[in-house]
Design a protein around this ligand. Sequence first.
Ligand SMILES: [Zn+2]
Length: 130
Amino acid sequence: MTLVALIDLSDEEKLDLLRRLDQFRQWHFLDEKRYCLVCGEMITGRQIQVIGDTRGNAQLRLNCPTEYCKATPIEWVCPTEDVLIKIAMMEAERRWLCLVRLAGRAMQPYQRTTSKPIGRTRPKPTLGPE
Ligand SMILES: [Zn+2]
């Protein structure tokens, strides 16, 4: 078992470490954003945790700030337009699936009488903020 601890660093040191340990992308400043492919969160360089062996600085690692996320720098992509579009589409899809499920439930009693799918059903106000 290795002893690991979060290491507190000054802004400059942190940025320097990000540059050294993340060999995949350039870090221009500490508040630069990255999109974590593992947990799907937007993170900044400032939030990224630096973990190291308490006995020395030999084994410094970068860790995603999200709890239980074990992502490494290779999984942090720059939030370019492509990535942002993908995120937006995933969000839209998730919301769409949710709506389809709700609509499916709401439409079940009517399915025998109508063959046409109902395009827009007004959500009942009693559904709550789901
Ligand atoms: Zn993550």
